[in-house]
Design a protein around this ligand. Structure first.
Ligand code: PMP
Length: 437
């Protein structure tokens, strides 16, 4: 198949990473404007009027592929030229049930005709049901709803400071982590490249190496309010913590009367084969934060915590105008129901196995594949050299993947992916990576 031409001025690794709407390493420092290099090819197929409009009216803070997507269904998307792509990175992890899952579409369609939005000064049936459904699948607490991962983490950081005594304000976070783009969550994100030019950052964050309990033990003290960690680092390159690390964090938090917050924005809602990532590790945090796949592609975020801790979020201390709105709520309920009705948690485990086998075979054949890391449908393939150009090469063959941290190919496929499409994707990926050895 043919795809729209990529701009020559866009370095492959830059374009692969710069396609991220929010969290792409390198996007912030990408210097080329999105339209740069987008001259029409001989067939006149690019740039489209859509891209021209972006060039004029949309702030160029994202690097974008020169492709306008117009439709999606399951694990496929189509561009305005009618090219079809197999999407193994649908919606940057948001489309866990694929593009336009019918159950979510139907729930939203019904809801928009009934009630689109009311503020949180009123009760709505859907928000209560959604909170109950999340509580029953996690540790039995209460929910605060918002619209994004950054907002969920903001809520958790504020709650940790509110719940603990006043002298406790510090939050320990981990190198390679990612927690969002607001000022507090950018500060919580211990990657210097996201901090450049933003100072002074928020006070009260300590950074320690991921997986290093001794470093946490050295950093934690009587001023620490919480430890904030992703159970598996997503943007950091699908980094799975060493055995006992999360349990060690639980013990340290307990010993020092600090809270343990798991950022489950990427690991949550079934992505790993359990409802929540923490359920893999036998460690229950005090707070979890959710977004991305929570509403099957509709914007939505949540913070879950115990009723006791939740009591510290007094009326007036925190709010979100659109948080828990009826559209997000019915979409969120539909996601949970669909996962259950279609036994998709089990399906994750089967798909993980399939990807592992295929990618480990690739590793045996290609010396520059150094490691394959998976937890459910969080899949990372570590290469010994920069891997961004593979994103472009795969795209030219109709496959969408991601590269993070320069050397890690990342897949976050939909739970609804068929074996046949999973193999098709692996065939292309293995061809492309294998051909370079
Ligand atoms: N936490 C994690 C673990 C994430 O992966 C992300 C987004 N990639 C965020 C927080 C921020 O989410 P959002 O872009 O919805 O604010």
């Amino acid at each position: 198949m043919s795809t729209a031409p990529l701009p020559e001025s866009n370095d492959a690794s830059e374009s692969s990473e710069a396609a991220d709407p929010h969290d792409v390493p390198g996007a912030a420092e990408a210097e080329a404007s999105p339209g740069e290099g987008l001259t029409p090819d001989e067939n006149g197929s690019a740039p489209s009027s859509v891209i021209a409009q972006f060039d004029q009216y949309v702030i160029p803070n994202y690097g974008r592929f020169p492709v306008t997507l117009v439709r999606g269904s399951g694990s496929h998307v189509w561009d305005e030229q009618g090219n079809e792509y197999l999407d193994l990175f649908p919606g940057w992890g948001c489309n866990l049930l694929g593009h336009c899952p019918p159950e979510v579409v139907q729930a939203v369609q019904q809801q928009v005709e009934q009630l689109i939005h009311v503020p949180n000064t009123w009760y709505t049936e859907a928000q209560g049901q959604w909170a109950a459904a999340l509580s029953q699948r996690s540790f039995g607490g209460q929910a605060f709803f918002c619209n994004s991962g950054a907002e969920a983490n903001e809520a958790a950081i504020k709650l940790a400071r509110l719940h603990t005594p006043e002298e406790r304000y510090k939050i320990i976070t981990f190198e390679g982590g990612f927690h969002g783009r607001t000022l507090a969550t950018t500060t919580a994100t211990a990657q210097p490249k996201y901090h450049a030019g933003l100072g002074p950052l928020m006070a009260g964050f300590n950074y320690v190496p991921f997986g290093d309990l001794d470093a946490v033990a050295a950093a934690i003290d009587e001023t620490t309010a919480a430890i904030l960690v992703e159970p598996v680092q997503g943007e950091g390159g699908v980094r799975i913590p060493p055995e006992g690390f999360l349990a060690g964090l639980r013990a340290l938090a307990d010993e020092h009367e600090a809270l343990l917050i798991f950022d489950e924005v990427q690991t949550g809602c079934g992505r790993t084969g359990h409802w929540f990532g923490y359920q893999h590790f036998g460690v229950t945090p005090d707070i979890i934060t959710l977004a991305k796949s929570l509403c099957g592609g509709i914007a939505g975020g949540a913070m879950l915590t115990t009723a006791e801790i939740a009591g510290s979020l007094r009326p007036g201390m925190h709010a979100s105008t659109f948080g828990g709105n009826p559209i997000a709520a019915v979409a969120g309920i539909a996601v949970l129901q669909t996962i259950e009705e279609q036994n998709l948690l089990q399906r994750v485990t089967a798909l993980e196995q399939l990807f592992r086998e295929r990618l480990e075979q690739l590793q045996h054949k290609c010396e520059h594949v150094s490691e394959v890391r998976t937890l459910g449908l969080m899949i990372g393939v570590e290469l010994t050299h920069p891997a961004g150009h593979f994103v472009q090469a795969c795209m030219e063959r109709g496959l969408l993947i991601n590269c993070t941290q320069e050397t890690v190919i990342r897949l976050l496929p939909a739970m609804t992916l068929s074996d046949e499409l999973a193999h098709q994707g692996c065939d292309i990926l293995c061809d492309v990576i294998g051909a370079s050895s």
